[in-house]
Design a protein around this ligand. Structure first.
Ligand SMILES: [Fe+2]
Ligand SMILES: [Fe+2]
Length: 366
């Protein structure tokens, strides 16, 4: 019986060659060996395990972030109405969105993929949505916002309702036993992964990210800004997970990638961008200091094209330049390693894969 050495980071495993080959062959994104035993070895989708380790190394807890200055600002007369409104829209929209993303991972994507390392990283992904939802509760309680007011925004603000409907429709349609040997059904799943990863987390989150971080850059809402910086770092990993998942799914199932399907995805991204631009106009009914709705519209065009490129599709606005080059600087977390008095860096050191800090460009998910 011959053995092979399987390496993961600095760990080594001796595996029976024949068994390892059979297990490797049986691993597929979909329609692979269905097992409940979490047999991770040998790893086939190495990216999934690596991102899982990176996600864990980035762990953060909302309550570690001081909110005293945010509370003082919130209660002071120094803020403009539009600045308070942006924070409320941020808390209101993300309160719904984090739940929708987590729910889709658990009830759709994690159910349908078969390789255990994919289930591993998706479990962590869902957990991070819980952390984000919890951070919003912390903001609501610190600022003394009425939670019912936030919940009412899901229904009463038309642009939030429409953004939510855009993603929940595609999630709902997959909650049943789907025969994933049929091309049409594979395309439904691929579209779900594209919509959640590239259109929603990858594009429709970025209007508010940009606005809240613009305020942070002007020393407004430092605690909330920090939480959004950490959230954004997590989201960049989520976008990457879904991008890799999508690309590998298409590679293993060439029948998905018809020209009609590609055209459908482009139209879907166009719709996502249009919904986001309407939402931005609701967030920024008047231009505030350093916040201009037209620039945010351009920013969304720019980000959407990066997402399309990332999954091998053509771009919609190739001429558009990034109107916010400073944003990469604001979200560069390396400069503030001591923010949590070493807590976050302690987790970083614990990473056995020796993964380096995320670059600012990676944080934009580019
Ligand atoms: Fe999230
Ligand atoms: Fe996410």
């Amino acid at each position: 019986m011959s053995t092979i050495t399987h390496k993961i980071g600095n760990k080594e495993f001796n595996l029976d060659e024949e068994k390892a080959e059979a297990a490797y062959e049986a691993k597929k994104i979909i329609n692979g060996r269905d097992t409940m035993t979490f047999n991770l070895l040998p790893l086939k989708y190495k990216w999934a395990y690596e991102i899982y380790k990176k996600m864990k190394a980035n762990h953060w807890e909302p309550e570690d972030i001081p909110m005293q200055r945010d509370v003082q600002q919130w209660k002071s007369g120094d803020l403009r109405d539009v600045e308070r409104w942006i924070i409320k829209m941020g808390i209101g929209y993300f309160s719904a969105a984090e739940g929708i993303v987590g729910d889709n991972i658990i009830h759709v994507v994690r159910e349908m993929v078969t390789a255990p390392e994919l289930k591993l990283v998706l479990g962590r992904h869902a957990h991070e949505e819980n952390i984000h939802a919890d951070s919003l509760l912390y903001m609501i309680s610190s600022l003394g916002i009425n939670p019912h007011e936030c919940e009412a925004m899901f229904e009463q603000i038309e642009t939030i309702r429409r953004k939510n409907e855009f993603v929940t429709e595609i999630s709902k349609s997959l909650r049943r036993d789907l025969d994933l040997t049929i091309t049409e059904n594979k395309q439904l799943l691929a579209k779900n992964i594209f919509v959640f990863g590239q259109c929603m987390e990858g594009t429709q989150f970025y209007g508010l990210f940009g606005m809240i971080l613009s305020l942070y850059r002007q020393n407004k809402f430092e605690g909330i800004g920090q939480m959004f910086r950490y959230t954004l770092r997590d989201e960049s990993n989520h976008i990457e997970v879904f991008r890799n998942l999508f690309k590998d799914l298409v590679e293993e199932n060439g029948d998905i990638w018809t020209s009609a399907f590609q055209a459908d995805l482009l139209e879907t991204m166009k719709e996502a961008v249009a919904l986001e631009k309407e939402f931005i106009s609701d967030c920024l009914p008047v231009n505030a200091v350093g916040l201009c709705a037209d620039d945010f519209h351009l920013y969304i065009d720019y980000i959407a094209d990066r997402r399309l490129e990332g999954v091998g599709l053509s771009t919609l606005n190739p001429e558009t330049k990034n109107p916010f080059p400073w944003l990469a600087e604001v979200i560069d977390l390396e400069k503030e390693q001591n923010f949590f008095e070493g807590k976050v860096t302690d987790y970083q050191k614990g990473s056995s894969l020796g993964i380096t800090e995320t670059s600012a460009e990676e944080l934009l998910g580019i």
